[in-house]
Design a protein around this ligand. Structure first.
Ligand code: HSE
Length: 385
């Protein structure tokens, strides 16, 4: 199978090294014929080119692997490849989420595959296992730690009592954070992965704008200390629940009982759980980012294409996101606690409380500006299941 590789950065170079290594008989069936790099000065291999036409218009290339990242020109290149009848494997979650409907439609009409295991959960075989589970069960819900950067920050804060800014700086120094860490810490990166998981797991198209998203930008050592003394661990959790006529989809920091598996997920690891009738709860844990783990997921998609193990599903349908019926208790720190007066279950001190059961949507409307640094909200998970 001849491959045109777009991008030779962190993920792209990992893909090239794994495939060129020809370590297994499966990998030996893959051959990278061309590699797109950005500038002439980046050319270090005779397969490299700066001209996208050398790849998307080459009739010998069967698959285009997109590892450029960002929206454009990645979207244009991927659309051109699909349109020209080439399968596409991509690790680019943002581009996928921005154009999912259009890309799936092009793939379907041109009779080719669009595969994106690496875009959600890095090296964790999450997408492919959703496909496998769906051969027997409907996926009823999923939830998980989808973002390594925030997990690293929260773990550092819990283990060492660090303040947020210190832990963020360390995550950046380790190379975990996105170029702009806002996508990580404000929950957008997790939201992209919730959209992709809902698409694969539930067969639905949702908009990231409709998801209730709350990140960890305003968390303080004080919030972590409260969680810790009450036997909770704070994690940023993305959730999707299939409803009769839509889905519930949220990204919210969550205080998790310390005996729960999610509470034990260390450093930059990801952990994602699906729930379905016969399999029950199934959790996948591993490296959600990094050159080789992400490249591993890309190469797995390529090998599936060689062995024609692409599971075709019915067309995805656009659905409504509705989080109003999902209620929970919340930890709230706000200088305006008066706004939630009637909903307080337990007053912790002057500016912190635990609420009665309420939907996040209702809480957000009462609290006001959630991005204010004087406010922090976390869902409190009471049971260990
Ligand atoms: N910045 C992302 C993370 C990279 O920290 O998980 C992988 O999507």
């Amino acid at each position: 199978m001849k491959i045109g590789l777009l991008g030779h950065g962190t993920v792209g170079s990992g893909v090239r090294k794994i495939i060129d290594g020809k370590n297994t008989k499966e990998i030996s069936q893959l051959e990278i014929s061309r590699i797109l790099v950005r500038y002439e000065k980046d050319i270090t291999d005779e397969r490299m080119t700066v001209d996208i036409h050398d790849i998307v218009e080459d009739p010998d290339i069967d698959v285009v692997v997109e590892c450029i990242g960002g929206d454009e020109p990645a979207f244009r290149y991927v659309q051109a490849a699909l349109f020209n009848g080439k399968h596409v494997v991509t690790s680019n979650k943002k581009m996928l989420v921005n154009h999912l409907e259009e890309l799936l439609e092009t793939a379907r009409t041109r009779g080719v595959s669009l595969k994106y295991e690496a875009a959600c959960g890095g090296g964790i075989p999450w997408m492919s296992n959703l496909d496998r589970t769906k051969r027997i069960d409907d996926i009823e819900s999923f939830r998980g730690i989808f973002n390594g950067t925030t997990n690293y920050i929260l773990t550092k804060m819990s283990d060492e009592g660090s303040e947020f800014t210190v832990a963020l700086k360390e995550a950046q120094d380790c190379g975990y954070a996105e170029f702009d860490p806002s996508d990580d810490i404000d929950g957008m990166d997790t939201a992209y992965k919730v959209v992709l998981s809902s698409c694969k797991g539930f067969g639905v198209l949702t908009s990231v704008q409709d998801i209730d998203i709350y990140g960890i930008r305003s968390i303080s050592a004080r919030d972590i200390a409260y969680a810790c003394t009450h036997d909770y661990v704070c994690k940023l959790i993305g959730t999707g629940i299939k409803l009769e006529d839509g889905v519930s989809a949220t990204v919210i920091p969550t205080f998790i009982p310390k005996e729960n598996l999610f509470a034990t997920i260390p450093a930059n690891f990801n952990a994602i759980e699906s729930d379905s009738r016969t399999l029950g709860k199934m959790t996948y844990v591993g490296q959600g980012a990094g050159s080789y783990p992400t490249a591993h997921a890309v190469v797995q998609d390529l090998i599936d294409l060689v062995y024609k193990q692409d599971i075709l599903v019915a067309s995805e349908v656009s659905v409504r996101v509705d989080n109003t019926s999902r209620v929970s208790s919340f930890y709230v720190r706000s200088i305006n606690l008066d706004n939630v007066q009637g909903l307080i279950e337990e007053r912790i001190d002057e500016d912190t409380c635990i609420t009665k059961k309420i939907s996040f949507v209702q809480l957000a409307s009462l609290i006001g500006k959630l991005e204010d640094s004087a406010v922090f909200v976390a869902e409190v998970m009471h049971d260990c299941k």
